[in-house]
Design a binder for this molecule. Structure first.
Ligand SMILES: *[C@@H]1O[C@H](CO)[C@@H](O)[C@H](O)[C@H]1NC(C)=O
Ligand SMILES: *[C@@H]1O[C@H](CO)[C@@H](O)[C@H](O)[C@H]1NC(C)=O
Ligand SMILES: *[C@@H]1O[C@H](CO)[C@@H](O)[C@H](O)[C@H]1NC(C)=O
Ligand SMILES: *[C@@H]1O[C@H](CO)[C@@H](O)[C@H](O)[C@H]1NC(C)=O
Ligand SMILES: *[C@@H]1O[C@H](CO)[C@@H](O)[C@H](O)[C@H]1NC(C)=O
Ligand SMILES: *[C@@H]1O[C@H](CO)[C@@H](O)[C@H](O)[C@H]1NC(C)=O
Ligand SMILES: *[C@@H]1O[C@H](CO)[C@@H](O)[C@H](O)[C@H]1NC(C)=O
Length: 605
């Protein structure tokens, strides 16, 4: 695929690119340096198809080709000093950006683009497993492309050619680093995910760690470091269990974890020799970790190892700086080819086709809910009310309910493109409904969904309410309305801090507040509810609820919660009572339609 793209590009003689042609230039900003160690890592996670980078945000405007060059430049530099570099990815590479979602079949271009990056340890996320197709792509494309580095410690798949359940990849891998001779045992786990299609089996982590292969691997005495990667939050029971299992049999071998899934930057200290790094989401962040003071195959360490982490904003200003290169020395033909392949794929998929123009920014968490700039208020008040309407049930009063996790990204003022539709809502599931539900009970649904967490989870942990919100919300314990100043007098700052700061990540983790490479002013984030609701045709409901019935319309994903909530309210509905609502549409297509109808005149033509 990539090959074909490269040939056609050569014919068109597209000028050499660094980053995507429409991506904005990175801002000059004060940076904290990397501190290189004996062993160094670059880590991506939850890239969700954003391999073109962010075309509207300067801080994240580098693409996968630039990342490939960054890794190469860093490797040259480190290896010339006798140091090692390892590259890690912890899954959720699919779903969430037109580059992956807009092709038929999905992922037509992204697999070839992604695998241009060398990987030392890589694993699957939950998103690879929702659909049979995408998990088979892992088995048939990505795992073979990374035959020596793909790990599936607790994941099996039905081999489509034999029908047998087999491990998706190796369970564990032991290897020795090239320069230093550091002996590493590595694993690649997935958290206890249970909504996968039935062609894969995720073994619960508490069971997987009892298996003989794992118990044998963690008892290996010829190990200088454990590298546990996982598509899992780093503050999770799953990582706790793995940490305890290793520490029970090896009390002082260092352990480095890499995780993700919550889409946040985070760093966790397990003990003085064990740390975990989470490197954000959507190609916004390249996580950097270094460790010094490790034993090797020839030397015993006399000191305690030291650990260092940094979250790199994925833009060329940062990448040039950290690699010690500039615009004319950083890029290679190889990186430029990948950049070109991405640009060509975007063109082939018409991702820049514009449906309309947003009159203002609409935020998921950067504006309070409800408010004029909340994407959820916009959905409730403007979108659901006018467009979630099945012709067969047009005049019925209805409640339209969606979980807030159905929305994945902000809408920026300006062009709303085909790409935006997949970015905002990559989920393909449609709307379902229950007809003629007594309003007397149905009116309590939204409150139950938003405040009844414990009673759902008491029925079964699989009803955990965090599954309804976007991953970024899970770790947000309270409204964080923070001051917009920062205090950092550290000597690591490369430029004078007179440069005016741009808003961005200001991460606080177990190692302090100096993890971000770019010094930003702080952004406030707000809590949003689990679910939102629009009441359509409210005039038919009136003051007296007695005998009034409504259609309860909801996105398919939350059906288990809706049915259970109605049970709590005394209404015994089952899956058999549920019908499809607007079977030809889903939230993605409806938002696109609404934008075309309501925002097209904003584009000035
Ligand atoms: C699944 O993959 C096959 C082969 O790549 C493709 O023909 C088909 O359209 C895919 N189905 C879906 C639902 O994407
Ligand atoms: C130690 O590791 C290095 C680097 O991989 C290797 O070249 C060397 O042969 C190893 N030495 C021993 C004694 O195993
Ligand atoms: C798996 O799910 C598919 C589609 O939902 C269904 O047709 C099939 O019978 C299921 N297979 C098994 C083994 O449960
Ligand atoms: C880039 O770096 C090289 C080597 O250090 C130097 O010769 C060149 O002038 C620099 N180019 C620019 C545009 O700064
Ligand atoms: C990059 O693509 C060009 C054709 O556009 C090809 O000639 C060249 O070999 C490729 N280089 C690399 C390093 O992939
Ligand atoms: C959006 O456009 C539709 C169709 O023109 C219209 O019925 C609806 O009222 C508009 N919604 C808003 C919020 O302007
Ligand atoms: C739902 O949306 C996706 C785009 O995410 C689209 O490809 C698919 O055809 C839609 N499904 C239905 C049933 O409309």
């Amino acid at each position: 695929m990539l090959h074909a793209l490269i040939v056609s590009t050569a014919l068109l003689a597209v000028p050499a690119l660094s980053k995507q042609p429409s991506a904005p230039e990175a801002f000059v900003a004060p940076l904290r340096d990397l501190s290189f160690g004996q062993l160094n890592f670059l880590h991506t996670t939850d890239t969700h198809g954003w391999h073109a980078g962010h075309l509207l945000e300067p801080s994240f405007s580098a693409d996968w080709g630039d990342y490939v060059d960054f890794a190469s430049r860093l490797r040259e530099k480190l290896e010339s000093e006798g140091k090692d570099l390892l590259i890690i990815d912890t899954g959720d590479r699919v779903e969430g950006n037109g580059l992956y979602d807009a092709s038929e079949p999905k992922g037509l271009f992204t697999f070839d683009i992604f695998r241009e990056q060398h990987m030392d340890v890589i694993c699957s996320g939950n998103h690879e497993l929702y659909k049979q197709n995408s998990s088979e792509n892992e088995f048939l494309i990505t795992a073979p492309a990374y035959a020596d580095s793909y790990l599936a410690s607790n994941l099996d798949i039905r081999d489509p050619s034999t029908g047998e359940m087999v491990p998706l990849a190796h369970r564990a891998k032991k290897f020795i680093t090239k320069q230093q001779g550091i002996r590493i045992m590595s694993f690649g786990f997935l958290y206890n995910f249970d909504r996968n299609a039935n062609n894969t089996v995720v073994e619960r982590v508490e069971e997987a760690i009892k298996e003989e292969w794992f118990q044998t691997a963690i008892r290996d005495r010829e190990i200088d470091l454990f590298v546990v990667i996982g598509h899992s939050a780093i503050r999770s029971q799953e990582f706790d269990l793995i940490f305890k299992a290793i520490r029970t049999v090896q009390w002082d071998v260092p352990i480095q974890f890499f995780g993700g899934h919550w889409h946040i930057r985070d760093y966790r200290k397990f003990d003085s020799k064990s740390y975990a790094l989470a490197s954000g989401r959507f190609m916004e962040t390249i996580g950097f970790q270094s460790i010094s003071g490790l034993s090797t195959n020839t030397t015993k360490s006399r000191s305690s190892p030291s650990f260092f982490r940094r979250y790199i904003d994925n833009n060329l200003y940062s990448l040039y700086h950290h690699s010690g290169h500039n615009e004319s020395t950083f890029h290679s033909d190889r990186g430029r080819n990948i950049t070109k392949a991405i640009a060509e794929a975007r063109t082939a998929l018409d991702l820049d086709d514009t449906f309309g123009c947003a009159p203002r920014d609409l935020w998921m968490a950067r504006a309070p809910y409800p408010s004029k700039n909340s994407i959820f208020s916009w959905l409730e008040e403007e979108v659901f009310a006018s467009i979630v309407e099945d012709p067969a049930r047009r005049d019925k009063p209805r409640l339209v309910i969606s979980n807030t996790g159905a929305i994945r990204f902000d809408i920026f003022k300006g062009a709303f493109t085909k790409d935006s539709t997949y970015i905002i809502c990559p989920f393909t599931s449609g709307f379902h409904y229950l007809k003629d539900v007594p309003y007397e009970q149905a009116k309590h649904l939204i409150n139950l969904l938003n405040r009844g967490g414990e009673i759902f989870e008491n029925v079964d942990p699989s009803y955990a309410m965090w599954k309804l919100v976007s991953p970024e919300q899970i770790n947000l314990k309270e409204d964080m309305i923070a001051p917009t100043h920062y205090s950092d007098s550290s000597s690591q700052i490369s430029l004078s801090s007179d440069v005016s700061l741009t808003p961005g990540y200001t991460t606080h983790d177990d190692a302090g507040s100096d993890g971000d490479d770019t010094i930003h002013s702080q952004i406030s984030f707000y809590r949003v509810p689990n679910c939102i609701q629009s009441t359509v045709n409210p005039d038919q409901i009136g003051m007296n609820d007695d005998g009034i019935v409504v259609d309860v319309v909801f996105n398919e994903f939350i059906e288990p919660w809706i049915l259970l909530a109605l049970k709590f309210l005394g209404l015994d509905y089952t899956e058999g009572d549920v019908d499809k609502y607007m079977p030809e549409e889903n939230l993605t297509t409806l938002i696109a339609k609404w934008v075309s109808e309501n925002w097209s005149e904003n584009c000035g033509h």
